[in-house]
Design a protein. Sequence first.
Length: 685
Amino acid sequence: MMPVTPNRVSGRLGTIAATLATSLWLGACAVQSPEVPRLEFTVSVSVANDTTTIAEVASDRSEFLEINNDALGIKFSTEFGADSRQEVGDRLSVTPQSNSFSTQLGTIALPGADVPAIPPITLQQLVGDAVEITDGATIPFLPAQSISTDLEVPLESVTSLVIESGGIVLAVTNTFPVALENVVFSLVDNGNGGRVVDTINMGTIAANGGSATDSFDLAGESISGDLELGISAGTASGTGVVIQGDPGIEFSLEVLPLEVSEATAVISQQEFAADQSLDFPDDRIQVTEALISEGGLTLRVTNEIPVIMEMEFTLSDLQDPTGTPQTFLIDSLGAEPREITFDLTNNRFAPVDPLALQLSYAARTFDSGDEVTIRSDGEIIVEAITQALTFSRVAGILDNLELEIPEQTQTVDFPQGLDNVALAATDLAVYVTSAVGFNSGITLDIRGINSSGQTGSLLIDEVFPAGSPDSPQSIIIRPESEDLTAFLNLLPTSITVTPSVFVGDGISEEVIEPDHWVQVDSVQFGAPAAFQVREATQIQPDPVRRTFDDDTARERISSNVRSATVRTTIENHIPLAVGVRLFVGASASTVYTNPTLVVPPLNEPAFGVDAAPYSGGSVSASSFNTQNVTLENDEILKLLEPVYYTGIQIAIDGTDGDVALAGSDFVIVQAGSQIILELNEDLVD
């Protein structure tokens, strides 16, 4: 804030040479005598009479200073404007995760069946021709008989089975006039070397119609279709035996429904099904109900089961524009992969799970007709190839759906030399317009770099309420951040703000459409002008170019100047002590680094004045200082160069605490010089 005052001072000092030249030239024109006595006379030149208020000092910094008579503060903003308006647009979309599902056939179900009729074993066969067996005859004595025989019981259309569960039921009826004793049946697998699969012991079966039923357990057995029933039994002896009909042993075999893990057989229709889901990649969009404006789903199906089948696919979460659930049937699916695509445009999406798309399918094989070898681990493979589902309207929960807003960079032209200024307090205001139907949040990634190359960063997270396109809400967010003051105390000359808006709080259920929008209008940084100067600080404004074009006047002055004195009075009405020096240099780049003249010299105190008394938050009185500085002849000549540059260096002392500036605070600089000239023949030649 101080740089302007020295510029004005240097402007007054820079007029010394021009004033001297004019006065002396006019004097030369008035003298006509070739003989002039040696006389001395004094020329008084006003160097400065300037009142500078802080408001004037700060006027050229109005882009980041807020000025009034009572206070002065730092205020600058990063403007985003209409370019930052971001519609939800096609961000209301989600791509379910593609997936591949393998579904096994599972246990193969074979229906139950009757075994072809087995001829009975008759009593006549047992006794042979020695005894005639006729209906109604009485046999005085019927000796005991032994029975040992094998009966073929083939399984139709079966070559082999690996059985998980099931069995064969055997029913036996005894119409002999005597009991059967020690009745044992064996199920023999001729296709596997005559292995006995299972044995049934029925004990005794009564005469004249006695019966017994039992079953062979086939669970865990691997059998062929070439089976045999082995019978071992005996008959009791009897006297006065009356024959009724054609007595015999009758057999009935029934194969129960079988569940097998492998079969080489004629396979009847098999059915199996699966429910799958295609998960959403994240929980940003949790749909209760939505209308799909664009999207689709492709299914590629491979049948690795050696039977032809049909498959019906259902997307139970979706209804087409007519309200019909989405289904699709693939018939005659053989070994060649098949592919189908669901067009989901204008479908209503009302999912059971708000974070997934449900997919179910049911498969039905056709009867094989011929024998095939089939296994329970045979499978179908369904590859789900997803597309983005873009919603034109969503009712549900949004959780941090991101709207990226282009970053903006703001240049801040802090005066040089304020490196040691420490701001006491800062504030930040974010201006947002919300036309989105969800409570939302904003993240500001703020990065800065100062003139020394130091960098800093700041991350702000805040929330703001919902609005709507019909009633946009203008919102001011004033986040509190302990890091903001430290960030601004870097005095960053370039600040980049990258906002990201996150729609939805993950809790509230609302409705959103693509034309909903959010706009970040501006981000404003501010600080009251209460700050601390941590240590002595120098401010060096840009040098000012000066010229003195009259070579003749320069020569006359250089030979007649005897001495020059500068008297400077400074009234300081700001709460900071200041010291001022005038620098003169041959070029703008060397004014401060390699000056030709410094007033007062560097080994002497600067033109200075104490800080004005300060109480109650404002300056209560002025401080004064008056100093005289004598310039040597060669120093005066530095101001008579054809082209030279002047600059003002302002030194500010460190402060013990925070101070505040007001726009009405001021500094008055009054400076005048007395130049003593010798009047001789050089002046009038």
